[in-house]
Design a protein around this ligand. Structure first.
Ligand code: MOS
Length: 715
């Protein structure tokens, strides 16, 4: 691959869509100037379990400007689940307002459509519901533990014999770790403008995975996929909460059919605590056994979390524990408790972000018990084979991440003994943790149209990709720039429309590798097709402009598809990383702060160091949030979330984040894909919480096994 310009792959260029965003020109879902649009507002239940006995809509309906009040009584019949407790996934149906049953506090029980947003909001409060409340709602995790069951699509796993491995151990760690419920809260609220025209549904909707989401909508309304179009040109953050079709999209679509006008529905910040996914509470029991020399003999990771009473979602907390270390005896279990809360759903690095907290804290505890350096202990148990899959890793710079991070961080100056590094009233601590995240590249198509109208040639690329703030626009433009040999200014990226060629969307850290390889394939096809027409050898170097001219063309288009190779399938493809944190803890008040962090990643070829850096510091910030303050709390009697706004659901701010060093190790993994790219969106949050908790132990001598670590826990 040859870089023909300064804007190609690997260059730290500014975001190509940055200007549109900062000038307010970028259109998010609710900003499309759809004519005649009216406004919908969801109504939330005020009980956690029971049924609706009666509904009085008269006052709302009599309010001037109200067009329709929809409840289960007059709602369109939608496709409903045929099986009990189906898994929640981006392409799964999202029925709503189909029965009088209430499954959790805040569940949608109605939808008001009005001429203005304000009237809709007001009218929503005028609809009166009478409920028959069941008093046995499952809203307390501890009290409902006996109901824990093995999920249908269980990711339980074992190799060797865990009890045998534990009995061979000289030293054991057996501890339980918990992580709090969290909510995603992207800056852009969930929003949709839905409209029907001749049996066809168009939804301007804030979504991450357009093709899967089209499937979900089509199946919910039982119409062909061709009759559904989703447009998500710009998405103001997702973090997993926009992977699937949430119910406001379905209600707005249904309402649009009833009032025969486009309907806009914006989920309020308060509703984002109950009507979109969230990260569930996890209780993780770790059992680790090791020989005196540090060799692991056993590693088991059992998780209990919760799902709703209608659908299953299971975050694979044990995923990291089955592949990160060289241990013969391994056991992973996941159990779910059905609770009267909405179905939890993927939140940035679902499984790894939470699971690595338990694993990497337990590894730190073991290192202390063994009297071994935590880095040496991890290095001793390194493996170049994924033992859970019996496949070699396509590349694994795990030890290098730890070693280079240690050097950059100044690990050798760390004091091993807790409470021995002080500065006045501050206890200073240093912690380390290791990270890994799957790099699941998927089948992706793109179309490229090149044009020559005097001057330099231009290229337009189309794909149904999304940019959830990650920089998809920019890296796709850079890929086209690289492979067509034109400047990035000459590239026009059109994404976020289901009418464009299919991609897997933005999720699971597969976006960058998938989008860019799809774009690459389309560009390569343009060039080889034009060369073929001239009987030119593939190796012949001709500019794209000359290829058009010599073919007597001013415009040419080609599509391309990239998908995982056989080599990819024979390997385990992961990104790896290491986190180092220094904390200062006030020994009297327990107030603590992150003083500095070093993050090292080996994530394949970095497409744009600037956007990649943004991904990692965003991940580090969310990881720090898990430890500093983030927790969604449930009112113990009614079962509603009492954290209702960003004033009481605390997220880290700049002052919390101190100095951050981000290092990408040079890596170009051609087994992963032709461009050598792995994912980074989720690597950045993985194991951050453990490095902070381990630093807090090093500072204070207190093992904090329950997140968040609020100051009162430290005194
Ligand atoms: Mo991610 S949690 O797949 O957006």
């Amino acid at each position: 691959m040859k870089t023909l310009n300064e804007t190609g792959v690997g260059k730290a260029i500014d975001r190509v869509e940055g200007h549109l965003k900062v000038t307010g020109m970028a259109k998010y879902a609710s900003e499309f100037p759809v004519e005649n649009k009216v406004y919908g507002q969801g109504i939330n239940s005020t009980i956690a379990k029971g049924e609706i006995l009666s509904i009085d809509t008269s006052e709302a309906e009599n309010l001037p400007g109200v067009l329709k009040v929809i409840t289960y009584k007059n709602a369109e019949k939608l496709k409903t689940f045929e099986e009990e407790m189906p898994p929640l996934w981006p392409d799964v149906i999202a029925p709503v307002l189909q029965t009088n049953k209430v499954h959790y506090y805040g569940e949608y029980v109605g939808f008001v459509v009005a001429e203005t947003f304000e009237i809709a909001q007001h009218a929503a409060r005028l609809v009166k519901f009478e409920y028959k409340k069941d008093h046995d709602a499952a809203i307390n995790f501890e009290e409902n533990k006996s109901k824990a069951y093995k999920p249908t699509e269980s990711s339980d796993y074992s190799r060797g014999n865990i009890e045998q491995g534990m009995s061979e151990a000289d030293v054991k760690v057996e501890e339980t770790y918990t992580t709090a419920m969290e909510h995603h809260h992207p800056m852009e609220l969930h929003a949709v403008i839905a409209s029907w025209d001749n049996g066809k549904l168009t939804a301007y909707s804030s979504q991450q995975m357009i093709d899967a989401n089209v499937t979900a909508l089509a199946n919910t309304f039982q119409i062909p996929k061709e009759n559904v179009r989703i447009i998500a040109a710009f998405v103001g953050g997702g973090f997993g909460s926009k992977l699937n079709i949430e119910r406001h999209v379905v209600m707005a679509s249904m309402a649009s059919q009833m009032v025969r006008k486009p309907v806009q529905a914006t989920v309020t910040r308060q509703q984002m605590f109950t009507n979109t996914g969230f990260r569930q509470f996890n209780e993780q029991k770790m059992r680790i056994g090791a020989k005196k020399d540090g060799k692991l003999t056993a590693l088991s990771h059992d998780t209990i979390s919760h799902t709703s009473t209608t659908q299953q979602y299971q975050e694979s907390c044990g995923f990291v524990s089955k592949m990160l270390y060289n241990v013969a005896n391994n056991s992973i279990k996941h159990r779910l408790i059905p609770m009267n809360l909405q179905t939890p759903f993927a939140m940035r690095a679902p499984g790894e972000a939470t699971g690595s907290f338990a694993l990497e804290c337990a590894m730190d505890e073991m290192a202390y018990k063994l009297n071994m350096d935590p880095i040496e202990f991890r290095v001793k148990n390194d493996t170049q084979t994924d033992l859970s899959e019996n496949k070699p890793f396509s590349s694994r710079l795990f030890v290098e991440c730890l070693r280079i991070g240690a050097e950059k961080f100044g690990w050798e100056n760390r004091k091993k003994e807790p409470r021995t590094n002080t500065n006045g009233n501050w206890l200073i601590g240093h912690g380390v943790s290791a990270a890994s995240r799957k790099a699941p590249y998927q089948k992706t198509s793109a179309k490229v149209i090149i044009e020559l109208a005097g001057g330099e040639p231009t290229a337009t690329i189309k794909m149904d990709a999304t940019d959830i703030g990650t920089g998809s626009y920019t890296i796709i433009a850079q890929t086209v720039s690289e492979y067509l040999g034109i400047r990035v200014e000459q590239v026009n990226v059109e994404i976020g429309d289901s009418e464009f060629p299919k991609t897997p969307g933005s999720g699971g850290s597969w976006g960058a590798a998938s989008y860019c390889n799809g774009a690459r394939a389309a560009c390569e096809n343009v060039i080889s097709e034009l060369k073929n027409k001239l009987n030119l050898a593939e190796t012949e170097e001709v500019s794209i402009g000359d290829l058009l001219k010599r073919n007597d063309l001013t415009k040419y288009e080609a599509t391309g598809t990239a998908e995982p190779s056989e080599e990819f399938k024979k390997h385990s493809v992961f990104s790896f990383g290491a986190n180092f944190t220094e904390v200062w803890v006030d020994k009297d008040t327990g107030m603590w702060k992150i003083k500095r962090m070093v993050n090292v990643g080996s994530a394949g070829k970095i497409l744009n160091p600037k956007t990649a850096y943004g991904q990692i510091i965003g991940g580090l910030t969310m990881g720090a949030g898990m430890v500093i303050a983030e927790q969604s709390k449930i009112e113990p009697n009614f079962g509603n979330f009492i954290t209702r706004t960003l004033a009481d659901y605390h997220v880290p701010v700049n002052l919390d984040m101190a100095n951050i060093d981000v290092i990408f190790l040079p890596e170009d993994d051609k087994i992963a894909n032709k461009m050598g790219v792995k994912g980074i969106g989720e690597l950045g949050i993985t194991s951050v919480a453990a490095s902070i908790a381990n630093a807090i132990f090093n500072a204070t001598g207190k093992r904090m096994r329950s997140l968040p670590i609020t100051p009162e826990k430290l005194i």
